[in-house]
Write a protein that binds this ligand. Sequence first.
Ligand code: ATP
Length: 503
Amino acid sequence: QEDLFKNVVSHAKEYGFIFPSSEIYDGLSAVYDYAQNGVELKKNIRDYWWKSMVQMHENIVGLDAAILMHPTTWKASGHVDAFNDPLIDNKDSKKRYRADVLIEDYAEKLNIKAQKEIEKARVRFGDAFNEQEFISTNPRVVEYLSKKNEILARMAKSLDAGDLDDVKLLIEELEIACPDSGSKNWTEVRQFNLMFGTKLGASADSAMDLYLRPETAQGIFVNFLNVQKTGRMKIPFGIAQTGKAFRNEIVARQFIFRMREFEQMEMQFFVKPGEEMKWYEYWKTTRLNWHKSLGLGAENYRFHDHEKLAHYANAAADIEFNFPFGFKELEGIHSRTDFDLKAHEQFSGKKLQYFDTEENKNYVPYVVETSVGLDRMFLAVFSKALQEETLEDGSTRTVLRLPSVLAPTKAAILPLVKKDGLPEIAKEIMEDLKWDFNVAYDEKDAVGRRYRRQDALGTPFCITVDHQTIEDKTVTIRHRDSMQQERVAIADLKNIIENEVSV
Ligand code: ATP
């Protein structure tokens, strides 16, 4: 698993998908640049999302709100007061940790111990093994699991109550209970706000403190009535947006999974109060199906329903994906009630209500949101697509089995040799196809090596021009996944590619 993840990172660099930001200055932690192929893949994911959300739903429209917003926005949304991570420093190692992550790691250790007992018993009892009964009766498993739940419950309670002393105490107790971890010298737990601050205006006394937005959603809430009125939208309706968000993440690890500057694709769906659960279920199902439609394997997705809810939500679930480092959140679906619109009404003094002509009354709508990280989607798609294959002749190839609709380049056009007029024909084909698809031309190296290079870039088709092309206007087209080649007329290329890469 770890090797797989290393491969993902190095493949992304070597093949021009993702570079560390400002690399010549040794990079900037948890900030990345999308390179020539990465930018295409990212754009295609964004377009695929946009098409399914906006183009395919007549009651969903788009928006592109500014990153900088009036600072009161973040008071109303709760981000100034409640968008915090609890931090703790270790005085000996001089390392900084998220206190909740540290505690969750302990809980996970207990969980692993319980799972090991369960697996041992499964082997011992064979067919007669009753897992449920074993979990509820085996004293060791009962102890591990109840301890795990106890730790997590106590952490949640202390964090909710803002009792940071107890969070520290819990960490110290866990260290003592866990002999291999060794006693460490900890500081107090402090709350650390994740928003990046900046200033608007030049002169020291008139400058205004602003934040870079930590989520795109608030740009939608403050524009809710503008869009509803000018678009004559009827509830239920949605507003969709993609754009950058910024969080000063402390535990910034795992490549583009957790970045300080990242992109979100969010949709807020405004509904009649009381109907939010129906729509919450609808969007959960719809979004899961959207992910599955990419063909990366249905077994790689699962829901995680939240028990502990954010202050604004009455129901929440994550769609988790099986990343190279395990199942982790890819998308959140939240029933946000009327929390945000009501808060903005209160802080702005402006009404944010909808007049329902059927009910003949005004109300503040409820909101169901779907929120997916574009970079996390990129990592999900890229890491599952990257495969090492052993071929029939024993040799191996690296192939990026990207869904064709997302592939950066749809076809590469390759003259078999660099003479006899073949490059000219290949370029003519490229000139013709480039109106419809992103295509590439490559004449360097033997054709076999060029095929492998396109495999590693995820290009679904290679089109090879050879001497027969001069005679009968046909080419060979090679399919990335099957490596099958067939002879087809140049005139048919557009249709063949279209059939494969269109949604
Ligand atoms: P996490 O628990 O992983 O920090 P979150 O619950 O804070 O995520 P949300 O605030 O619900 O995340 O944001 C919605 C989506 O935005 C997430 O599902 C994720 O895909 C993406 N996202 C959030 N934070 C980051 C980040 N630092 N880097 C990349 N993507 C992110």
